[in-house]
Design a protein around this ligand. Structure first.
Ligand code: BES
Ligand code: ZN
Length: 616
């Protein structure tokens, strides 16, 4: 059996006055259920990618060259692929007979390549298939500029294998370089060092010197321009979006410094954000050096930038210290939500961050309700055997994970948790972490035999138990209490125009709407709309909630704007609850089918997969 060294070299920053963290014992390496590769036994040192992007055929094709070391002298290198056509394979320049296994559900086709103990370069010529889940190909009409096509990838969690033959598990890291050819006039970008400039030839070279797992491989190509925010941060977007995006992200430079002051140096060089076309199925994706973001955060008032704080925070939790398997996903997302809120607190104040905590708690409550309070899927440590890893993509990892860290903060003290986390990131930089390794590290470096502290936190109930544990922290709600009062006044008959709503942020508006009884009467909806123009709001979070309420109340004046919203926005987090609400009544079902039928093509394959199950 193989063992992963838990705390190898522990780097302690000179500035830290605290004692060196304890090395803990070896913990058995976690078994990754979602890779068919044996790259945990063969060292995958480096990937050289040389590919061309063909917009007519919706295909990426070319060569992936892996530099390997095979100290265990294994006879076969096994890699993940899904739907790829493998044209030929050479090992150190000599053609070898490869085989491709039949498709396994979720996992795809294992690629088997005969190798020897001394083999070094494995070159694979390949093409992507027609159903490559990672890729969204946009027609010019689906972009803002309407002149050029657009392509982007989404590799997390196990979709890198649909565009690169690779060891596709979060536990395997490699460095890479790439040469990517796109049609002349387009700009190509990767989760790597980018040139910021268009190349006349359409040929782009990329280099990524920090080792990353496959799920952090990313590529985008389209009519994209760059604008700097400061020395090390900037924004990429379609030209028509660049100005607005640049304003919205004006604080990102400060955000990076704020994050550094909390948990140590940003280790990836530049931090840029790419604003994608509206079909992007996610809020954001933490591709190293280049966060991919939905355009729905461009609200005009910087009110939704906590999403960028989240993706930035992944530069520590996730990208630097990576979940060993998708069953340990909370180590990526829970830590990141906690870190995101600490960044927002430092920049905007505790009252502001407390609103984010409360909205998150509401998400957690709803998730537990929908999964069932005894469901194993509400444990932090997941069981994803024979399942799609995206089954674990719920608010549990995010919000139960974040609240667990907040509980540790409140019980052990902020200073203690901060020191602990700082060492955790430093000591495990560019390594992976399983839940069991983390718990052992926590025990050795924070709990340290304090049985009262351990009892108060009750780690087992959080990590291996269901629902929301009784000691889950609730944050004080200074700002939301005022919102609650105004909502009650409205429900008791005060005219909407008489409510004291001055200075509310979109978080207050969201809370105002979320806690309304559902459905409201059409007269109530009308009154609210007249006073606050929700149907016209430019804030995507508020719009989504309003449209859900409109469907529940059958408030028809909102339907035009709702269809407009659904015709472009592809963010799953918005689409799923809205279509779910529609599916509750026969009239709504008809509407859902008509609208989905009309705009399905504007959504990413991943969003389509989710919605196909919902809208039948
Ligand atoms: N890494 C996730 C996105 C992800 C997770 C994609 C798992 C595929 C599988 C990203 O950091 C994320 O959490 N995005 C959120 C936004 C965030 C502010 C909670 C999203 O897209 O909604
Ligand atoms: Zn995240």
């Amino acid at each position: 059996m193989k063992y992963a060294m838990l705390a190898g070299v522990l780097l302690v920053a000179a500035a830290c006055q605290t004692p060196t963290p304890k090395q803990t014992q070896e913990v058995p390496a976690a078994k990754d259920q979602h890779t068919l590769s044996n790259a945990d036994s063969i060292r995958m040192q480096h990937l050289s990618l040389d590919v061309a992007v063909n917009f007519e055929q919706h295909q990426i094709s070319g060569q992936a060259v892996w530099t390997i070391e095979n100290p265990s002298k294994l006879p076969v290198l096994k890699l993940d692929t899904y739907g790829l056509t493998i044209d030929s394979v050479t090992v150190d320049g000599k053609k070898v007979p490869h085989t491709l296994d039949p498709t396994l559900p979720h996992l795809g086709n294992r690629l088997n390549i005969p190798v020897e103990a001394a083999s070094r370069k494995v070159a694979i010529w390949y093409k992507t298939g027609s159903k490559a889940t990672a890729l969204q190909w946009l027609e010019p009409s689906q972009t803002l500029g309407r002149k050029h096509p657009f392509l982007y990838t989404q590799s997390e969690s196990i979709y890198a294998r649909t565009w690169i033959p690779c060891p596709d598990g979060p536990g395997i890291r490699f460095t890479y370089d790439a040469c990517v050819t796109v049609p002349k006039g387009l700009m190509a970008l990767m989760s790597a060092e980018n040139t910021q400039q268009r190349s006349d030839s359409g040929i782009y070279h990329f280099k990524m010197e920090q080792p990353v797992p496959a799920y952090l491989m990313a590529l985008a190509a389209g009519d994209i321009a760059f604008r700097a925010i400061d020395q090390r941060t900037g924004v990429y977007a379609e030209p028509a979006m660049l100005e607005k995006a640049h304003y919205e992200l004006g604080e990102v430079g400060k955000m990076v410094s704020t994050a550094e002051s909390l948990y140590g140096p940003y280790r990836w060089g530049r931090y840029d954000v790419l604003i994608l076309p509206p079909g992007f199925p996610l809020g954001g994706m933490e591709n190293p050096r280049l966060t991919f973001s939905t355009p729905t955060i461009i609200a005009g008032d910087r009110s939704l930038v906590s999403l960028i704080a989240h993706e930035l925070a992944h530069s520590w939790s996730g990208n630097l210290v990576t979940n060993a398997t998708w069953e340990d996903f909370w180590l990526n997302e829970g830590f990141t939500v906690y870190f995101e809120r600490r960044i927002m607190e430092a920049m905007m104040g505790a009252d502001y961050a407390d609103m984010l905590w409360e909205l998150g708690y509401q998400d957690l409550e709803n998730e537990v309700k929908s999964l069932g309070k005894d469901s194993k899927d509400t444990h932090l440590k997941l069981d994803l055997k024979d399942r799609d890893p995206d089954d674990g993509l719920t608010s549990i990892a995010y919000e139960k994970g974040a609240h667990f860290l907040r509980l540790i903060e409140e019980t052990a003290g902020r200073a203690k948790l901060d020191t602990f986390l700082r060492h955790y990131f430093d000591g495990h930089a560019f390594q992976t972490m399983s839940t069991e390794q983390f718990l052992q590290y926590l025990d050795a470096n924070l709990i340290q035999g304090d049985t009262t502290l351990a009892r108060k936190i009750n780690i087992k109930a959080w990590v291996y138990g269901p629902g929301i544990p009784a000691n889950c922290p609730r944050v004080p709600q200074k700002r939301f209490e005022k919102v609650d009062a105004e909502r009650n006044r409205f429900l008791q008959g005060t005219a909407a125009t008489q409510l004291a709503t001055q200075g509310w942020t979109s978080h207050e508006w969201l809370h105002f709407l979320r806690k309304m009884p559902q459905p409201l009467t059409v007269a109530q909806m009308e009154q609210l709309d007249k006073a606050f123009h929700f149907t016209q709001t430019g804030n995507s979070e508020v719009a989504d909630r309003w449209f859900i309420m409109s469907v529940a109340a059958d408030y028809t004046p909102a339907y035009g704007s709702m269809e407009q919203f659904l015709s472009t926005v592809g963010r799953r987090k918005f689409l799923t609850p809205l279509y779910t609400e529609m599916m509750k009544t026969p009239k709504g079902q008809e509407m859902a089918k008509r609208i989905y039928g009309k705009y399905k093509q504007n959504y990413h394959p991943l969003a389509q997969e989710t919605l196909d199950k919902l809208i039948k």
